[in-house]
Design a protein around this ligand. Structure first.
Ligand SMILES: *Cc1c(COP(=O)(O)O)cnc(C)c1O
Length: 297
């Protein structure tokens, strides 16, 4: 079986704001799953990789930006489970620590301009149409099998929660969590924080994965900070203060926006006293490597 054991505890966070608002906040430490195959990325890859193996595929073909946690996770997973990996990288050729790590895990990289990058199936067909051992994995791992993998987090949980909060890029993780909540027939509210501008599209992205939208899903649309990987001094200061006060490292692109959103909702009394909240730490800490200069005082 193509899988591995990992450790992802639910850890309670102590913070003056949580005491003041009389809530209990826990964090699901999916960042501890693996340093490079981290967070939701392993959950999203598990079933696609099993499917690739079942079909006898030898090569994983996928897509991402130059700092993509998904590219790195796929490169690492390929090395771990015996697939070759090939990554189409959006934009002009660059070097950075994440792409270097991808190469170190054996991934072959091909840079494509932004126009060409839009048509991922087209790129796959252009380069791999005759390669019957090539397996397509969409950008960010977005797929129904990815959602299935993420849904399993819900059955792992030891406690029950009034709210589960996650950051959202493609919507696959949110779709899986909602599916898990529905399958377990919980009343938990899923608070989804899109990290892209115009995050309303996450609704459709979830529905397109075959998960029915219901009252348990709420999109928190005001925490994108200008768009994907955009930051403000306020967000950077928040990430620093949160990390220093809790000992839990977060980064500005996903988990920083997530935790900021929770703190803002608590400050605005949008969450009732007495409730128990779970933050999902989706990992992605290598993203910090491209942002360290923002933390200079
Ligand atoms: C990729 C990623 C996400 C986004 O997950 P989706 O399933 O695409 O919504 C969230 N957090 C981190 C840290 C990520 O790397």
């Amino acid at each position: 079986m193509l899988t591995f054991d990992f450790y992802s505890p639910e850890e309670e966070i102590s913070h003056p704001l949580y005491r003041q608002k009389k809530v209990q906040v826990f964090i699901k430490r999916d960042d501890l799953i693996h340093p490079y195959l981290s967070g939701n990325k392993w959950r999203k890859l598990k079933y696609p990789l099993q499917e690739a193996r079942r079909q006898g595929k030898q090569r994983l073909i996928t897509f991402g930006g130059a700092w993509s946690n998904h590219l790195l996770a796929t490169a690492c997973a390929g090395a771990k489970f015996g697939f070759q990996t090939f990554g189409f990288v959006r934009g002009e050729a660059v070097e950075n620590p994440v792409l270097k790590l991808c190469s170190l895990f054996g991934m072959r990289l091909l840079f494509v301009d932004r126009t060409g990058y839009r048509d991922k199936r087209g790129l796959f067909d252009q380069h791999f149409a005759d390669d019957h051992e090539a397996f397509f994995i969409d950008e960010g791992g977005y797929s129904t099998l990815a959602a299935k993998g993420c849904s399993e987090m819900i059955s792992e949980l030891e406690k029950s929660y009034d709210h589960i909060c996650c950051a959202s890029g493609t919507g696959a993780t949110a779709a899986g969590l909602l599916q898990g909540i529905q399958q377990a027939q919980l009343t938990t509210q899923l608070q989804v924080v899109p990290v892209l501008k115009g995050g309303q599209f996450i609704q459709k992205a979830i529905a397109d994965l075959g998960v029915s939208l219901d009252h348990r899903l709420t999109l928190q649309l005001d925490y994108h900070f200008g768009g994907y990987a955009k930051t403000t001094p306020e967000l950077i200061a928040f990430v620093k203060a949160f990390t220093q006060r809790t000992g839990i490292l977060i980064e500005p692109t996903y988990t920083g926006k997530l935790c900021f959103a929770l703190h803002d909702m608590l400050q605005k009394d949008l969450i009732d006293p007495g409730q128990r909240i779970l933050l999902v730490h989706t990992g992605g800490l290598t993203g910090l490597l491209g942002m360290l200069n923002k933390f200079d005082d």
